[in-house]
Design a protein around this ligand. Structure first.
Ligand SMILES: CCCCCCCC/C=C\CCCCCCCC(=O)SCCNC(=O)CCNC(=O)[C@H](O)C(C)(C)COP(=O)(O)OP(=O)(O)OC[C@H]1O[C@@H](n2cnc3c(N)ncnc32)[C@H](O)[C@@H]1OP(=O)(O)O
Length: 223
C-alpha cells in the first residue's frame, strides 16, 4: 500500500469534502438521469455539449494517473477514487461503512438504476464488489492492519432488488496473516447474498506493532 502522506489538516479535509462530495452526488445524479431520460434527441445533443464543456474545465488541472490513497499524519486513509467507496467517484455506489465496537461493520445503501443487472435487480458483480469492500474494511479496521482479498466466495441466495439494502460484515477467525470474514447483503425480507472471504495481511506490509510505532512517530513529528 502506498503510504504517501498528505499534510492536510482535518479542517482542510472537511473543507475539500464539503465541495467535492456534493459534486460527486451531482455526477451520480447525472448518470441516473442519462440512463432514465426520455427527452428528445436535440435535448440529448445539447446536454452532451454542456457535459463536454464541464469536462474541459475540470481537465484544466488534473492529477496524473489514478487518485491513489494518501494518508494523513494520523494515518487516516483518503481513498477518494476507490471504486466502491471513493468520495470523488460517482461510479461508486453511495456506500458509507460504519465500524462498531464489537468489530463488525454495517452499511445502509440505496442502489438505483446504475447498478442494474437482471431487470429491476442488482448486478451480481456490484453485490460482490460491495461485499468485498466491506470484508476488506471490517478486517483492516478491526485488526489495525491493511488486508487484501485472497479468496472471495459469493453465494447468491435469491435476487437482490434495486432500492434500499443493508450490509453487514464480521471477522470470524484468523490463522497467522489470514483472516476469515463473513458478510451479507439483506433487503427487507432478509439476506439475498452472502460472502466468505479469506483476507490476507501481505508479507511485505507493516505489521500491527510497526503500524502503532509509525503512528506514534508521525504524531510526534506533527507536533
Ligand atoms: C496505514 C494503516 C491502516 C490500517 C487500517 C487500514 C484501514 C483501511 C481501510 C480499508 C482497507 C482496505 C479495504 C480494501 C477493500 C477491497 C479489497 C480488495 O479489493 S484487495 C484487491 C484484490 N486483491 C488482490 O489484489 C490481492 C492479490 N494477491 C496478493 O497480493 C497476494 O497474493 C496476497 C496478499 C493475497 C498473499 O500474498 P503473501 O505473499 O502475503 O502470501 P503468502 O505468504 O504466500 O501466504 C500467506 C498465507 O495466505 C495463504 N494464501 C495466499 N494467497 C491466498 C489466496 N489467494 N487465497 C487464500 N489463501 C491464500 C497462504 O496459503 C498462506 O497461508 P498459510 O500461512 O500457509 O496457512
Amino acid at each position: 500500500m502506498d503510504f504517501r502522506l498528505t499534510d492536510m489538516t482535518d479542517d482542510e479535509i472537511a473543507q475539500e469534502l464539503s465541495v467535492v462530495e456534493p459534486l460527486t452526488d451531482s455526477v451520480r445524479d447525472l448518470i441516473d438521469a442519462v440512463i432514465r431520460t426520455e427527452v428528445d434527441d436535440d435535448v440529448l445533443i445539447a446536454a452532451r455539449e454542456q457535459i463536454d464543456a464541464v469536462v474541459t474545465s475540470l481537465r484544466g488541472n488534473q492529477k496524473p494517473g489514478s487518485y491513489g490513497v494518501p494518508f494523513t499524519r494520523k494515518l487516516h486513509g483518503m481513498p477518494y477514487g476507490n471504486a466502491a467507496v471513493g468520495k470523488r467517484n460517482a461510479i461508486a455506489p453511495p456506500l458509507r461503512v460504519e465500524h462498531h465496537d464489537d468489530g463488525s461493520a454495517t452499511s445502509e445503501v440505496v442502489l438505483g438504476a446504475a447498478y442494474e443487472g437482471p431487470a429491476g435487480l442488482v448486478h451480481g458483480g456490484i453485490s460482490a464488489m460491495l461485499l468485498d469492500q466491506l470484508l476488506g474494511e471490517v478486517v483492516s479496521v478491526s485488526q489495525g492492519v491493511p488486508c487484501f482479498t485472497g479468496t472471495l466466495t459469493v453465494k447468491y441466495l435469491r435476487p437482490t432488488p434495486l432500492g434500499p439494502l443493508s450490509l453487514r460484515a464480521e471477522t470470524t477467525g484468523s490463522e497467522g496473516r489470514k483472516f476469515f470474514v463473513h458478510a451479507e447483503i439483506s433487503d427487507a425480507e432478509g439476506p439475498t447474498v452472502t460472502a466468505e472471504g479469506i483476507m490476507i495481511s501481505p508479507a511485505n506490509m507493516p505489521r500491527h506493532e510497526e503500524l502503532k510505532r509509525l503512528r506514534a512517530e508521525l504524531a510526534a513529528s506533527a507536533e
